[in-house]
Design a protein around this ligand. Sequence first.
Ligand code: COA
Length: 371
Amino acid sequence: MSPYAHITGWGMAVPERVMTNDDIAKMVDTSDEWIQSMTGIRERRIANDEQTTASLAADAARKALNVANLKPADLDLIIVSTSSPEHTFPSTASLVQDRLGAYKAGAFDLLAACTGFIYGVKLATDSIRADAIKNALVIGAETLSRLVNWNDRNTCILFGDGAGAFVLQAAEDTGGVLSSVLRSDGSGAELLSLPGGGSRYPTSPDTLKNGMHYIQMNGREVFRFATRVMAQATEEAVEKANITMDDIHLVIPHQANKRIIEAAARGMNIPIERCYMNLDRYGNTSTASIPIATCEAIQQGRIHPGDKIVFVGFGAGLTWGAAVALWSGPLTTRRIIYPARYRFYARLRSILLRWLRRIDAIIWGRYHNSG
Ligand code: COA
């Protein structure tokens, strides 16, 4: 029998710096009242100069590994979902793999915007269900504050920085991720985009002058699209799991806008109390929002082993998707792990590998020059 993919660890990391709506009102023509009434957002977190997408991702990942009682070396796969990678390449996932010291893991980035975390969970689940891997780490991480035009009141009020992570592990018991639905409609690509800096519009004085290195959005159209697809994807995923909405204990939606979530709850025919929300404190952290919300829902006692949970999101692409999970928590096999030690070893290992590579290059150069 193929193993199930259980969610056995979770962790989140958000910057300490808080930016309130009043702070934003000092930069653009807006107000706390307008932002709260139109979005539900009160404040968001903004990365400091030392914090990056990889550093936030690694912090969230370490916490998730602790919860799962897992060593970094136990990981087979690391997926980092992000729209604000550190570079075009190398992948942020490889940087995270190095920071963790997960030397037996493959690592890659995934770009499906705010839906990316659900895509990542689906890929990790399928790899586990196919018995190809045992332990996966899926991270959603963003520093969108660096891609936002702080003079554009249409977008700068919405986004925040942060990271969240899940550990998924193979186990024989029925549970974990039961079903998922992934969708895309690229005909809506221009509704939410960051057009500059890629191969289509490489960075140039013109792209900079036209602000193409900033997030561009048609808010109204994105709003309409979101309210349409959230309920639809949830219903499909629930049906695929052979259960009904009555069996669902909690829906964890992408935290973009309170009004979108309220509309989605109406579409799903469930009371709003069954949809978890924390966007008032973090804004839209894009692909990080679902795992961050999950961590806080657990902290607040809103999720227990045996509960059935829906994760549902939407975003640029356009993309959308949903997943249903039977919550299990850490596997019962409690092991002794040494998180502080792993952090030290990972750093040491990274430095040694860099030195070895240099020495190897010198020896290789001598050998070839002498030949
Ligand atoms: N502060 C104050 N007023 C603002 C404003 C702001 N930050 N942004 C727009 N306005 C004004 C507009 O100028 C306009 O004024 P007017 O009627 O005098 O012309 C009015 O508010 C309505 O503007 P509009 O852009 O049509 O607002 P909206 O009702 O679409 O709401 C959003 C704007 C961004 C809140 C809303 O479209 C939204 O949340 N969309 C979804 C975005 C999203 O979730 N993106 C991420 C997806 S992953």
